[in-house]
Design a protein around this ligand. Structure first.
Ligand SMILES: [Zn+2]
Ligand SMILES: [Zn+2]
Length: 336
């Protein structure tokens, strides 16, 4: 039992793979971790172990005892990407097992930038939000929320680098590593061609739309990169996709088309809003509602996602921006 009194929820897939719904203290509720046993019973692989919280560790303890798993038999820990809900427990399991933790170089650089010793990431993010119109009291609640995360990703793992184009063997199969930028630069998906299985991280999620955020100091067109990658992913025949959130699903290419449609509709709506010049923060509240003011975690995602759409429109000549007298950027749509 974890602190909230709920049993750790699991489901079994394919050849004894365990989907573990690792609890999260967010509205997202859980992140999927997958335990993939080796066919010769020599041990197992853990994909994306989850965020480090007491509830998550209690859930894992219960799963280990229910399925007779031992930490000493963890052969490897594989991460799809660096977001704390996936990466946070990697160092914890590495300490227990001595297993290698695999992640791309690009994803690891981001983790170091966010949670390394000399991180200025929070200051950079908050000054970006300031120049896009977010009021001071909301920025400080976001700063307080960000400060919680370092403990949720500690200890940080030693990383063994893997890159797109390579293959990695686990669970009795060879998995091709596919680059999947936009949601997280450096994200890798794991594809097994003969069965059409894909561990798709947070790039394609059923029922919820992956967050696409502008991250200060990174590429400025994450939505463009995300949409281009969705088109690339259509070339893979996927029979069963194992996502980072919600449940495994079989309608992979349909889901890609739905996600593309979602963003196209949102861009159109924003162009309509921008007939009046307004800041990114005003656009964010028009799209997501002012109730987010009481939820700094969700507000940060909503604001960064709004910026991703505004940057997309600006780069394609559909919107422009200029500063107002308080030096806040105001966006306007450009009609043909
Ligand atoms: Zn993510
Ligand atoms: Zn996630």
């Amino acid at each position: 039992m974890n602190e909230s009194g709920q049993k750790a929820e699991t489901a079994i897939w394919n050849e004894g793979w365990i989907q573990v719904k690792v609890p999260l203290p967010f509205s997202l509720k859980w992140v999927n971790s997958y335990v993939i046993p080796e066919p010769d019973a020599s041990g197992f692989t853990i994909i994306d172990p989850g965020l480090r919280t007491e509830d998550a560790i209690a859930a894992w303890n219960e799963v280990f005892s229910r399925h007779q798993l031992e930490a000493s038999r963890i052969k490897r820990i594989i991460l799809t990407h660096q977001h704390p809900d996936h990466y946070g427990l990697a160092g914890y399991f590495q300490q227990l097992s001595g297993a290698p933790v695999y992640l791309s170089r690009r994803s690891h650089a981001y983790a170091v930038r966010l949670w390394g010793e000399h991180s200025h990431y929070a200051d950079e993010l908050l000054s970006q939000f300031e120049e896009h119109g977010m009021p001071e009291e909301l920025r400080s609640s976001i700063a307080g929320n960000l400060a919680l995360f370092k403990g949720r990703v500690s200890p940080q793992p030693q990383i063994t680098y893997i890159e797109a184009g390579e293959t990695i063997a686990f669970g009795g199969y060879d998995w091709k590593l596919i680059n999947a930028p936009g949601h997280a630069y450096g994200q890798l998906l794991y594809y097994e061609e003969s069965n059409g299985w894909l561990f798709c991280g947070d790039q394609v999620l059923p029922r919820i739309t992956p967050n696409i955020s502008v991250v200060p100091g990174e590429e400025e067109d994450p939505l463009g990169d995300f949409l281009a990658n969705l088109d690339e992913l259509l070339q893979y025949e996927v029979k069963l996709a194992f996502p980072g959130h919600r449940d495994p699903f079989d309608s992979f290419s349909n889901r890609i088309e739905e996600l593309k449609g979602h963003h196209i509709r949102r861009l159109e709506k924003m162009k309509g809003l921008l007939e009046q010049p307004m800041s990114a923060f005003t656009v964010c509240e028009a799209l997501f509602g002012a109730s987010l003011r009481s939820n700094p975690h969700n507000l940060r995602f909503a604001m960064s996602e709004t910026l991703a759409h505004l940057f997309y429109l600006e780069r394609r000549g559909d919107a422009s921006r200029k500063r107002d007298e308080a030096r806040v950027w105001l966006y306007s749509s450009i009609s043909c």
